[in-house]
Design a protein around this ligand. Sequence first.
Ligand code: SF4
Length: 713
Amino acid sequence: VVPGSDTARTVATHCPYCALQCGMQLHVTHRSGHERPDVRLTPSDFPTNRGGLCAKGWSAADLLAHPERLTTPLVRTRAGDRSSALRPATWDEALDAVAAAVRATQRRYGRDAVGCFGGGGLTNEKAYLLGKFARTVLRTRSIDYNGRWCMSSAAAAATRTFGIDRGLPFPVADLALADVLLLVGANPAETMPPLMQHLEAGRERGARHVVVDPRTTATARTAHLHLQPRPGTDAALANGLLHVVARRGWVDEEYVATRTAGFETVREAVTGYWPDRVERITGIPARDLEAVGEMLGTAATAMVLTARGAEQHASGTATAQAFINLALALGLPGRPGSGYGTLTGQGNGQGGREHGQKADQLPGYRKITDLADRAHVAGVWGVDPTRLPGPGVSATEMLRALGTPGGVRTLLLLASNVSVSAPDAGRVTDRLDALDFLVVADLFLSESAARADVVLPVAMWAEEDGTVTNLEGRVLRRRRAVDPPPGVRTDLDVLMGVAERLGHGGLMTTDAAAAFDELGRASSGGVADYGGITYDRIEDEQGVFWPCTDAEHPGTPRLFGTRFAHPDGLARFYRGEYRDAAERTDAEFPYVLTTGRLMRQYQSGTQTRRVSALTGDEVGPDGSVVPHAELHPDLARLCGVGDGEAVQLRTRRGTAVFRARLTTGIRTDTVFVPFHWGGPSRANTLTDDALDPISRMPAFKACAVAVTSLAAP
Ligand code: SF4
């Protein structure tokens, strides 16, 4: 395409937002006299979205030429003084400052005092190279990413049970084949609307769907049965369902005997989850529990799916485990039209956790503590395995310790806005301010970027090549359709720029295809094996499902047909006991706060809050943005709150202000808020950073809250 002449072309790619990764075409027109091309988009008939897009996807191209895009590096007017203004700088000046800060910090405090924080929005190539950058250029153990807050608990439970963690072990089209679908803590009708076609196809042929959610969401309204548990009690529900299944003789005994290990302790553990006891814990009527147990126990095909509502708790791994146990006892995983899965959220939430930006993992899900795994990856990287650092701490633990003795002093933050998205975000923001040096690479001046010493403007999804892995484990191409604006570089350029200044540029590459090739070799032989996947194959085959070991391997759309990924081929049961929420309600904080997403916003809102087509009724008549808190009218009456009035929510960590939206669709003891905003309506000011003991998932989805009306007397 030649700028300056009227030319047009169409580029096939995928949406920049959620894990469904809807296929789309970008239609790029360069018009004479226009500096930037026009980019229009249309949906593709891709197997996941079949011509559908949600409002976020439709508006994705609006951000490419957004006036608030960062197009030059920024540094502080007075170096080292973050109260001074940010000013434009050259790339050399900015990268020199980053390299100098890394050197100074490591010299003074040791290698681990420099940390990297990544994101589930990074392409596979970036996630891979960020992990390699941390382990070989910085040689720090301090690296983790925001996916730790996404579905790490379900990932941990799946890894223990199946020996492999792939969100859906089957294509999304299989959702239509399940006669009974149990959907727990998921609201795809808002978070990934095109997915609903597959559910609708199932209902059209007579499938029955059960949705478990404290709110009557758009998804719950499509269900045959909606169960509304108290937030944080899903493990009791799962164990209660398994109790019903076991008591009434619906366990698939042959499957359990031949394909699993460890069921008897679980069978015994669930004997105490009588439906009336589960009703007292969850609030779900015992008769509904019996009915759902029967639906699952007598169905020819059935699926159990969890998402963030069940997983984002300090007992998230046990909860996911309890639902996996239910699916295993019913003999579902590996059977056609049946199984267990988790609906991954972030755009590259799946691939983002496979390639080594997690504190405890190397590419291909290899363990950083395993000598053979270290030797393999070090061989691909051409470094001495004994010089690779060991495991670091999880995202929340790293952030809590920023600026403290033994903690990270200089942080590189990519594709993440932790000042809005972290649990107990006020505390995390204070910790950012305690750093010696903060570097943020982003598209816009996010709340986190605004606190940085150096801000680096990076390319958007349509401006660079790469791959992502969607919620099915299907590896997809993102294609460069337009050039980045002048002054903008890619994340790979950023890593290379710092690596070169530290004398290790030879370890990095700015070529995405070369990075993918290397990633394939690093993951080869691992659990998430990309060894046989190439850009050309992705092009020819509408994506390739991992594991795909070599050029002849067809990829693996469906897992577990004959064996699980443990060496003996068996799946493992583990007890998934119910525990009370990490934080209990009391007289001062009498209600339960839960958080979630809205259809027209995405994650911390750094992108979607800037798209006018996506700003909904959160914008008041004066232009100010005050998102809604959902309350039941009975709770609102108790608190003296009227519909549409300002309301203050207070937890043990802080306060935030919302506009009340009264709805009978929510439990009377529960308040819901979306987490897409910063400022006075930052939901994560309120949330609890208590951590799951296994996955280190925080308790985003349940904490104790007080409600106060702010309406004038
Ligand atoms: Fe994009 Fe997800 Fe919406 Fe599809 S459902 S258009 S991938 S945000």
